[in-house]
Design a protein around this ligand. Structure first.
Ligand SMILES: [Zn+2]
Length: 925
């Protein structure tokens, strides 16, 4: 699955991430980007949360037959499904569906009852039969709390093969999960309905009674009975399509053996592209009518990535066709149903002539990510949700690999620095969790879809891949997929395969990274002129923990380190594995500077002694790779938020980035300025704006408004970021006037404007806009011709500064004007906007029940990430009180993490506001 946050590449899965890409793309600087920004670069350290479950002792997650129902969220496995014959008939007018299924069961131990998952379904009949036995009807008892049902039979069912026949009905809900309804307006304004599924993590049970745990893999044969005017799509190709009693009956081929959460059916007036073959597999894109012209880009990366992945995995695509389907209402970004991948429209469809670099990157990433899952996730699946990281971290890692191979000039691994930074930020909290973490209830499974699973997971895989070597790593992955094809696996299984391929002790290397919370900061100093001292301790925002933890209990990691040592004669690279808390390395006599984490692949921070930092600056920061500059700036900013570096020193460091040309490095700097904008009073912001203009001047003078011939896409992207920053944070009146003029000329088509600059224009015009502008932009949401344009104008409505206008946006979030897939993110943006955040918070409190009822659960959780923007002591108090009084649980550690991030932001402001004001007031910055 991919996260649904409305912002493009890199940063879609977590509110923390909204930041970075908000810059590259759309919207509101002073909204989303700004509030979340500190997050991105912040960090922490306390004692590790204790967990009663230590996966290292490992505990398999496969349920043994005799295990019974100790845990009400797990099914016993003395009865196991092997095959589902599933017939579903949706009614798109009445918003209901009926279903009938025949499940082939292996009964391992004699039993008089069968327990399986079902919720919000009405089961009218349950009968078991077998060849040598007469059919037996069972009594159905629903357990709503644990989302399961028990079917009790009057006599014991002997061991053997049985079939269970179930008849049921349900509602096509509007909650974007299970089997749900979506709608869209055609060009005449007529509303059409469609029905789609979203089952991960635990919502297949809302569409048909089933063994809804990833380890109960089975073969699925789906039949959809639909209105003849509609089309049906499922995981496999159509093997029969006939009319019956005025209905169209579409029967699909049997699937591979797979988990329930990967089953999909979509019914509506959908239109396919002609197929393109990727080896033996026909690949098609589907959309609602009128959007077929937006499919070419997604189609290209879909075919490219499928070919790349089959080669990388050395394994053919496991399905018989691949459809990628854009759904108008979709809670997450995309979902890897085998052979029938579903997407929100912004993640699949775009117009290449008008899409920005970031928007193209978003589509490429998501498509590659989902395709990577066809093997890693679908063919081989985690045994239980604690192992979700295996799926998601790996797909995230592969998405980088694929897109990097497809468009090397996009420098995908440098852009990944932003994702890694977001993970470092959350993983620096006391309330972080290990990548692999115990899961019981569905809510806990849902909460696993976070920055730690995806971004930290992918970061440590990248670190491991670089340490073992890409070819050896790939061979280990191939071994793993072959060994567990059509089955389930645990983290330890991956280590076994990688260990076989590499001859390394992979568990020793990786266990701390996967099973412990947090990560190290590496301190470097030269204590005699010829010895480098490296020390590791856990990084935290709280205080310098190098001395606070007792050495015997403090966690420490096996850290693969790549050191670059400059000497008078040249440069040498040293690779080492730091397993001790402290290590001393002899240096060549004539060393001049030292860089740790060369290439930037390590998941740790670096703190240089004053001498080492000065030497790097003498070498010239421009001589470092972009990702190395990124890390230096990002680590320093994190230490500033943590109170270990003075704001004056951080701001002095930013002076060295005059003329910086990498958009990712700028993302760090602009994010930090944005955080300062938020913590300063309005009276002080003009001084910050002056500093921003000063920092940006050289780069803007270099870039100007218009791309040069043959300019790289990353430079085009940067131009948009710089212009946006000048016009909003920098309050540059000349830029604001030019932006207004450029926007006018864009409308009259009198001057071509580079697509990458257009989102910046929209941001600036919103920032400086009045009611007429607001009306204009609101109209453009409705009239938009691409999903990206619609999103851009929608989110601009949260980026104005006039409270009266922003209140109108707030009100819209609870109306049909805004789809529920977008509304929570819009609210989150408003919570981050300093010109409305108090009122936005009052609005959330007042409408909590309604939002809870209306918004998808995952969206509600993301919305709550917006509270991090409420960074004043009074608001923090109120926020804490609200969540405590209401006893709100967002699942997992989400709420604790948001509250802690909020606290760190408040503390940063209280501690350093005056210091920042002092720097801004001085003439020398
Ligand atoms: Zn995924």
């Amino acid at each position: 699955m991919t996260d649904g946050s409305p912002d493009p590449p890199v940063t879609r899965r977590h509110t923390a991430l909204l930041v970075a890409r908000a810059t590259a793309n759309a919207i509101l600087w002073i909204g989303t980007w700004q509030g979340a920004s500190w997050l991105l670069f912040a960090n922490r350290a306390w004692s590790a949360p204790t967990s009663s479950h230590d996966p290292r002792q490992s505990t398999t997650n496969l349920v043994t037959p005799s295990m019974n129902t100790q845990d009400p969220y797990r099914l016993p496995s003395h009865v196991r499904p092997t095959h589902y014959d599933l017939r579903i008939e949706p009614d798109l007018t009445a918003h209901t569906f009926t279903g009938h299924e025949v499940i082939t069961l292996t009964v391992i131990e004699p039993t008089s009852d069968i327990l399986l998952n079902a919720t919000e379904l009405e089961i009218s009949s349950a009968i078991v039969s077998a060849e040598s036995h007469s059919p037996r009807a069972g009594a159905v008892e629903m357990d709503d709390e644990h989302q399961r049902c028990r079917i009790t039979f009057p006599h014991v069912i002997p061991a053997g093969t049985w079939t269970l026949h179930l008849t049921f009905r349900g509602t096509l809900n509007d909650k974007l999960r299970g089997f749900y309804r979506s709608s869209y307006k055609d060009s005449q304004g007529v509303v059409h309905s469609l029905a789609a599924t979203q089952f991960e993590a635990t919502d297949a049970r809302r569409a048909f009674p089933c063994w809804d745990e990833p380890q109960f893999k089975a073969v699925f044969a789906v039949t959809l009975v639909i209105d003849p005017s509609l089309t049906a799509i499922s995981n496999t190709r159509v093997i029969e399509d006939r009319q019956e009693h005025g209905k169209r009956v579409v029967r699909f081929a049997e699937s591979i053996r797979m988990s329930t959460y990967l089953v999909a059916f979509i019914v509506g007036q959908l239109v396919p592209t002609p197929p393109i073959m990727a080896r033996q597999t026909p690949v098609r894109l589907w959309s609602v009518p009128g959007k077929q012209h937006l499919t070419a880009f997604g189609h290209e990366i879909a075919v490219y990535s499928l070919n790349f992945l089959a080669e990388y995995y050395d394994s053919p695509y496991p399905g018989d066709k691949l459809d990628l389907i854009a759904i108008p209402d979709f809670a997450s970004g995309a979902m890897e149903n085998l052979g029938a991948i579903t997407f929100r429209e912004t993640a699949l469809l775009l117009d290449q002539r008008t899409a920005t670099h970031a928007e193209q990157g978003r589509v490429a990433d998501v498509v590659a990510h989902e395709n990577a899952h066809m093997w890693f996730g679908d063919l081989v699946t985690m045994a239980w949700w604690n192992g979700l990281w295996l799926n998601e971290a790996f797909a995230t890692f592969m998405e980088m690999l694929v897109v990097d191979a497809w468009k090397p000039e996009w420098e995908r691994w440098t852009a990944f620095g932003i994702a890694r930074a977001a993970a470092l930020s959350v993983d620096g909290l006391l309330s972080t969790r290990p990548i692999e973490f115990p899961v019981r209830a569905p809510k806990e499974a849902e909460a696993m879809f976070d920055v730690l699973t995806y971004e930290k997971g992918a970061s440590v895989l990248r670190m491991l891949e670089q340490h073992l070597g890409p070819t050896v790593f790939r061979d280990g992955v191939r071994h793993y997929l072959t060994a567990h094809a059509y089955g389930n696996a645990e983290t330890t299984d991956l280590w076994v395969s990688l260990g076989q391929a590499s001859k390394h002790d992979v568990p020793a290397l990786m266990n701390e990274w996967i099973f412990s919370p947090g990560y190290p900061v590496l301190s470097l100093s030269v204590e005699s002129s010829s010895t480098l001292t490296l020390r590791q301790h856990r990084f935290t925002y709280a205080e310098d923990t190098s001395t606070s933890s007792s050495p015997s209990v403090a966690p420490h990691w096996q850290i693969p380190i790549q050191l670059r040592i400059d000497t008078g004669q040249g440069t040498e690279t040293r690779r080492l594995l730091l397993g001790d808390r402290e290590s001393h390395i002899p240096l060549p006599q004539n060393w001049t500077s030292i860089l740790a984490n060369e290439g930037g692949h390590g998941f740790y921070r670096v703190r240089y002694s004053a001498e080492l930092l000065a030497r790097l600056q003498m070498r010239g920061l421009h001589t470092l790779d972009p990702v190395e500059r990124f890390n230096l700036l990002n680590d320093t900013w994190a230490s500033t938020v943590a109170g270990m570096v003075a704001p004056a020193d951080y701001l002095a460091l930013t002076e060295h980035f005059h003329g910086e040309r990498d958009p990712h490095v700028w993302a760090v700097m602009l994010g930090s300025f944005s955080t300062m904008y938020q913590l300063l009073a309005e009276d002080d912001r003009p001084r910050l704006a002056a500093l921003v203009r000063k920092r940006l001047a050289t780069t803007f003078a270099d870039l100007g408004w218009t791309p040069r011939a043959d300019e790289r896409e990353l430079v085009k992207e940067l131009r948009g970021d710089i212009i946006r920053a000048l016009g909003t944070l920098g309050r540059d009146e000349a830029i604001q006037a030019q932006a207004a003029e450029a926007f006018r000329e864009l409308q009259t088509q009198t001057r071509p404007i580079d697509p990458n600059v257009i989102p910046a224009l929209v941001s600036i015009l919103a920032f400086t806009g009045d009611e007429a502008r607001y009306e204009d932009f609101a109209g453009r949401v409705r009239a938009a011709t691409t999903p990206q344009e619609e999103r851009r104008y929608l989110f601009s409505l949260a980026a104005f500064r006039q409270p009266a206008l922003l209140e109108r946006t707030l009100a819209k979030t609870l109306t049909d004007d805004v789809r529920t897939q977008d509304a929570p993110f819009l609210v989150s943006s408003l919570l981050h906007n300093v010109y409305i955040r108090e009122k936005a918070w009052e609005f959330v409190k007042r409408n909590w029940e309604r939002m809870d009822r209306l918004f998808p659960k995952s969206g509600l959780r993301r919305m709550c990430g917006g509270i991090v923007g409420l960074s004043t002591p009074d608001l923090e108090r109120d926020v804490r009180q609200f969540f405590a009084t209401r006893k709100i649980d967002l699942g997992g550690k989400s709420l604790q993490q948001y509250l802690e991030q909020l606290h760190i932001a408040v503390r940063f402001g209280e501690r350093d506001r005056e210091a920042i004001r002092t720097v801004l007031a001085s003439k020398t910055h």
